[in-house]
Ligand binder design. Structure first.
Ligand SMILES: [Cu+2]
Length: 305
């Protein structure tokens, strides 16, 4: 779909260059040529020729040519019925300032990362939990507004495996720029594995004070499969496998995670997660240690009865 959008762009660009050259040529010609006397009748004829040619024929032809390119490109992004393998359905919900991603067929939920299979169309139902956002993965297709109370559907299909960047493209508040979506297209079997290891996940709560603090505070907003049920903040059930924290603000590694837990309000000012200044370093480190274990099940765990 992105390729077709690019084709339309190049066609428009080529046509605009052509128009520029023709107009410039006419302009230079008009500057250089010797003025000629024309009679009243002849002047009227010339005027009529310009109005019909330049005012009716040329714009009509240009618009028809543009539509011939534009309509098929627009259609390819519509979720029209197709034959054969049906599109994968994914729900993406915009929040200030992060992405909730749901796979309703398997019940898998993740955040700030959108994994899709290569070569299969994906119907992305977008909506918003607060203000208007816009879903855009430029390498894969056009953008679509995410509007509270409405569901819009965008069809995308990745032609090859790879990592792409998605970005909110409708200004949604101070941290709009920090609303990056990690998009990854996996080969079909790798994608099936990705889904499988996240289906019916269940974690153990953290021990000691960390577990208590998580249950009393973090778990009120964050869900962790088997541990807490919060639904206002990103689901953390597969947190350990996400490339970044805070929707692209900082790398999700040992250092990044510990910094995020302490400095999230300065790294991404205004986010809903309250400051952790009243928690001891020891408690925060224990929580970080536990968060690092929140990943998909290993193959071993899956085969366990
Ligand atoms: Cu935004």
């Amino acid at each position: 779909m992105a390729r077709e959008v690019a084709n339309v762009w190049w066609a428009m660009f080529g046509f605009a260059v052509l128009v520029l050259l023709v107009v410039s040529g006419l302009w230079i010609h008009a500057m250089l040529r010797q003025p000629r006397e024309t009679g009243a009748e002849q002047a009227r004829r010339i005027n009529r020729r310009w109005i019909i040619g330049g005012g009716i024929v040329l714009p009509s032809a240009s618009i028809v040519a543009l539509l011939a390119f534009g309509i098929p490109a627009g259609r390819s992004m519509l979720p029209l019925p197709i034959e054969g393998e049906q599109p994968l359905r994914v729900e993406v919900i915009g929040h200030q300032w992060w992405w909730e991603v749901r796979y309703p067929e398997s019940g898998v939920v993740t955040a700030n990362q959108f994994i899709l299979p290569v070569g299969r169309p994906v119907d992305i139902e977008v909506t918003s939990a607060d203000v208007i956002h816009s879903f855009w993965v430029p390498r894969l297709g056009g953008k679509l507004d995410m509007i509270p109370g409405r569901r819009n559907t965008l069809r995308l299909q990745a032609a090859e495996a790879g990592v792409f960047r998605g970005q909110c493209s409708e200004f949604c508040g101070t941290q709009h720029a920090h609303m990056v979506l990690h998009v990854e297209a996996l080969k079909q079997d790798a994608f099936a594995g990705w889904i499988e290891t996240r289906t019916d996940l269940s974690h153990q709560p953290a021990g000691g004070v960390a577990g208590q603090v998580f249950a009393d505070r973090c778990g009120q907003c964050h869900r962790v499969a088997g541990v807490s049920d919060g639904n206002r903040a990103p689901d953390l059930s597969d947190l350990a496998t996400r490339p970044t924290l805070g929707a692209g603000v900082i790398d999700n590694d040992a250092e990044g995670l510990r910094r995020w837990l302490r400095e999230h309000q300065s790294l991404k000012h205004g986010i809903a997660m309250p400051s952790h200044d009243d928690l001891s370093d020891e408690t925060l480190d224990q929580i970080a240690d536990w968060l690092e274990t929140l990943g998909p099940r290993t193959k071993q765990e899956q085969t366990r009865p």
